[in-house]
Design a protein around this ligand. Structure first.
Ligand code: ZN
Length: 337
């Protein structure tokens, strides 16, 4: 079989020839609009009325609601499905240089820095697009991660003007610099062929460990022993969960525990779909369980189909061990009423 790998010098010449290349427009699905601004502010905890209060914004020098500058990139994102851009957007791949480097064994990537620069606020009603330029590919560097190259891309954002174009009427409103380090991991073998570009096997991701303190240790040690323990006030007998240092009823610090029978009902639930975070299985149903003893706790649901979960469904605890016994969790499985 013909060896197709180029000598390193040759392929780097090809990479360097790409520097400065401009990639076509990626359009925004929607014009700058108040609902997206409001939702973004809500999620990010931004309370500036210039972004959300039309009456207030009308009294400012802008005259109307503007979008938070940090939101710039959000306008031209593809949405839930990868590479789903509006009609008219380029089908060029601005990351082709990264693919080329992957073919030469530089398979790993780590984001290094990202700088947003703003020319001005964008207003409701503006239609944005961006173009991408391969700004630079650095000299070969060896870091603790491995040997590779810093690659810098710059996305320039424009506001469309009627009859305008990028050089003339369309107005530049900001840019996003994005730099990655594309490298061959320190312990990796060079790729034999350009096809051998599969990412190296990642270490198995473990379940996040619960925060443990003197107040909560009994709960997790109980779980490890297959017992569902509830904290009980020694003074007035009130049960409480999640565990805490003091009884909210009588303010006593004295407590012991009682073992729950592990039976209860679903008080509420959510089914997590997206984003899929390893190592969890998806869809991932999580219940707020009301135990028959009277306290509620949050736990994973097992043995349920999404459409079959219902408020009031009777459940029974079972214990499952994860990560070679490092963590035992109480989970709840539906049972007949
Ligand atoms: Zn008490």
């Amino acid at each position: 079989m013909l060896e197709t790998k180029l000598a390193e010098q040759d392929w780097m010449t090809e990479v360097r020839a790409m520097v400065g290349r401009e990639y076509g427009r990626v359009y925004a699905w929607d014009e700058v609009n108040a609902p997206m601004i409001r939702q973004w502010c809500e999620i990010m905890g931004v309370e500036n009325p210039l972004y959300t209060d039309a009456a207030y914004a009308a009294t400012t020098e802008y005259g109307a609601i503007v979008a938070p500058p940090a939101m710039l990139q959000a306008w031209c994102l593809e949405g839930l499905h990868p590479n789903n851009y509006p009609p008219g957007s380029t089908d060029e791949n601005p990351y082709e240089v990264l693919r080329l480097m992957e073919g030469q064994g530089y398979q790993s990537v780590v984001a290094v820095n990202s700088d947003l620069t703003f020319e001005r606020y964008v207003k409701v009603g503006e239609k944005l697009y961006y173009t991408t330029r391969l700004d630079s590919v650095g000299e070969q560097k060896t870091t603790a991660l491995g040997t590779g190259y810093f690659v810098t891309l710059i996305m320039s954002f424009f506001s469309e003007k009627p009859g305008g174009d990028e050089g003339g009427g369309d107005e530049r409103v900001g840019e996003l610099l994005f730099r990655v380090f594309k490298f061959r991991p320190a312990n990796a073998q060079p790729a034999a062929t350009p096809e051998a570009d599969a990412a190296p096997a990642a270490p198995k991701i473990k379940r996040p460990k619960p925060g443990m303190s003197d107040d909560t240790r009994f709960f997790w040690e109980g779980a490890a022993a297959g017992k569902l323990l509830i904290q009980r006030c020694k003074c007035c007998g009130t049960l409480r969960h999640p565990p805490g240092p003091v009884c909210t009823k009588c303010h006593s610090f004295e407590w012991d525990t009682v073992e729950s029978a592990g039976q209860g009902s679903i008080y509420s639930f959510v089914v997590m779909h997206y984003p899929e975070v390893p190592p969890f299985d998806y869809p991932n149903p999580v219940g707020l369980i009301e135990l028959d003893e009277g306290v509620r706790l949050i736990a994973g649901l097992v043995g349920v189909k999404r459409n079959e979960i219902a408020i009031g469904q009777r459940v029974q605890v079972e214990f499952q061990s994860f990560d070679d016994g490092e963590l035992t969790l109480p989970l709840f499985r539906p049972v007949a009423p």
